[in-house]
Write a protein that binds this ligand. Structure first.
Ligand code: NAD
Length: 266
């Protein structure tokens, strides 16, 4: 896709999607900013317009298929056919299995998984008719590693990984690529409170090889890469953007790694 193609970004009122939307606009894309938080997403639009970019904001609950259909129609009228979709809106409920209520479970799956489906089902036919596009889903390192005390969230993100792989094959004939990004620990609305706890912060930074919590801007360039022409031969993959978290777990542990002689001896 070209960087001046219309992009829809869900969750653009905050965090990772906000930073990604700003980056896509900086690269020349007209961006449609969707979020349930009307004030927040209006602020993102104002910020992009101040930068000289083109954006519209639409307050929409992505769990509502009819509302998503209407929002995408609005995007088409205002900006044209979307050729990039970032499915970034998401929520987390921090409760272990036995504290997770049926309502919690349903809410997390409806936003994180059904919300993504709702956008896909409306946007894919438009992209296909326009000659193709690029879709970026936001999964999580939790989908690879498991998390701590949020099984509904981890299950929803595992499903996003599987859905992305499934659709890569299905959508290729329409020249639509679909990939996901797995953020590690990124300082945003869904975890700012947790990271404010000194113990959590210390535990996280010591677990991350690059030694710091991520910032939303750390993800934006990867979104731009997957949206744009440099990734034209890339589909069906997941890119962890996690400061090395997954690679470290793959090594076993620091302790195991450090028992190897690093001096060239055997
Ligand atoms: N921050 C992290 O450490 C981290 C790690 C892994 C994955 N992620 C994922 O990244 C994505 C972005 O999250 P973030 O960390 O930037 O959090 P965030 O809370 O800053 O942003 C999420 C946005 O989604 C919007 N949203 C929530 N429910 C919605 C709905 N029903 N309809 C429309 N919009 C809705 C919120 O209003 C908010 O603006 C999410 O999918 C999240 O699961 C985040």
């Amino acid at each position: 896709m070209n960087t001046d193609h219309v992009a829809i970004v869900t969750g653009a009122g905050s965090g990772i999607s906000r930073a990604a939307a700003i980056r896509l606009a900086q690269d020349g894309a007209p961006v449609a900013l969707l979020d349930i938080a009307a004030d927040a997403v209006a602020k993102t639009r104002a910020h992009i317009e101040e930068m000289g970019g083109t954006a519209i904001d639409i307050a929409v609950d992505i769990t509502d298929h009819a509302a998503v259909t209407q929002a995408v129609t609005e995007v088409q009228h205002a900006l044209g056919t979307p050729r990039v979709l970032l499915n970034g809106a998401g929520i987390i409920v921090r409760k272990d299995l036995l504290h997770t209520t049926p309502d919690d479970w349903d809410r997390v799956l409806r936003v994180n998984l059904t919300g993504s489906y709702n956008l896909l089902s409306v946007v894919v036919p438009l992209m296909a008719a326009a000659g193709g596009g690029s879709i970026i889903q936001i999964a999580s390192t939790a989908a690879h590693l498991g998390g701590h005390g949020y099984p509904s969230y981890t299950a929803s993100k595992g499903a996003i990984l599987a859905l992305t792989r499934q659709l890569a094959g299905e959508l290729a004939k329409d020249h639509i690529r679909i990939n996901s990004i797995s953020p590690g620990a990124v300082r945003t609305g869904i975890n700012r409170d947790s990271f404010a706890d000194e113990r959590v912060h210390t535990a996280m930074t010591s677990a991350i090889p690059l030694g710091r919590i991520g910032e939303p801007d750390d993800l934006a360039g990867v979104v731009a890469f997957l949206a744009g022409p440099d990734s034209r031969y890339v589909t069906g993959i997941d890119i962890p953007v996690d400061g090395g978290l997954i690679s470290k777990i793959n090594l076993g542990s620091d302790k195991a790694y450090n028992t190897f002689d690093q001096t060239g001896g055997r």
